[in-house]
Design a binder for this molecule. Sequence first.
Ligand code: ZN
Length: 364
Amino acid sequence: MNTLRELMAALPKAELHLHLEGSVMPLTLIELAAKNNIVLPEYAKPLDLYEFDKDLAAFLNVYNLVCESIVDHQDFERVTYECLANCHMNGARYVELFFSPQAHFKYGVSYATCLNGVVAGKNRAFEDLGIECQLIPGVNREKPADENLAFLHTILNTQRDQVVGIGLDYYENPFPPELHLETFQLAKEQGLRLTAHAGEAGPAENVQKSVDILGCERIDHGYHIVDSPDMLAEFSKGDIVFTVCPSTTTITTHWHDLADPQHAIKRMVEGGLKVMINSDDPPMMGTDLANEYVLLVEQMGFSLSDIKAFILNGVDAAWISEDKKAYWHKEWAKEIDDLFSKYTTNVQSNLAQSNSGGLVNHDQ
Ligand SMILES: [Zn+2]
């Protein structure tokens, strides 16, 4: 393990902010579109399909095209398995996976089809790779409140153990959290956990409202909280964990430069917030989970001890039993320390070798 990338891929990690449909690889999209007779835009190479203007609305157009291309049980099983295999390659041991059933309804795909396919893919990934996963159906904030409440009833009537909570996502600005209060209240009463995308493209007050009004236990993104010093100070005293996604900020927010000392994630950490690191929609954002951690060190200037803290924040924020949390906290901390010391020793010995001419041509 000589490179930072190898280290970051080896570290045990939780991924709590990942969208199933946003994790479909472009080659899979091409195959699914061909199978289901969906016309894709012209492209020279597969990755061109994920070229879009740097804003949330443009991203959501591409996201919807992917949703249209995933149609039957087999498709959902395939994309879930591939998504979790990718997480596994990046060192994720535990995933809470968002999926967007409502984006499939308009193409005649039922919630049961989505859920059963996803559960089949998730079970196969666990058997083959040992990666654990729980599911979070995303509630589309752009939909009318009564439609979302009806969707929640569908979720509850089809309840399966693997569905651990609900999230709130899609275009944030004209759709503040309180529009969906009734849905979130009922979900909580029925024992579902709650999270919401807030403060990504929308204002800091969406973070506060998601927690105070909707009762969210986590915040997805949350960057605009840095616009409110009071709120930053208040949240630094609490237990809310922010699931941040460095590469996404360079596309859907105005913090395009990760090296900027004023970057929101940097200010959130400096302000004392608990953050943990995620990949969101990896191929669409041109990244993967290990790369997100590399960026933290190489571009944002975080230390290895910061990395360890972020990973353990992920354990704290996971919707798992307290026993499991305590166990992973202890075991992962040991494993992280061990990997850090091996990495540091290797880097030092490589440095010593290069200083002593170890990299000079030995062919003579
Ligand atoms: Zn997201």
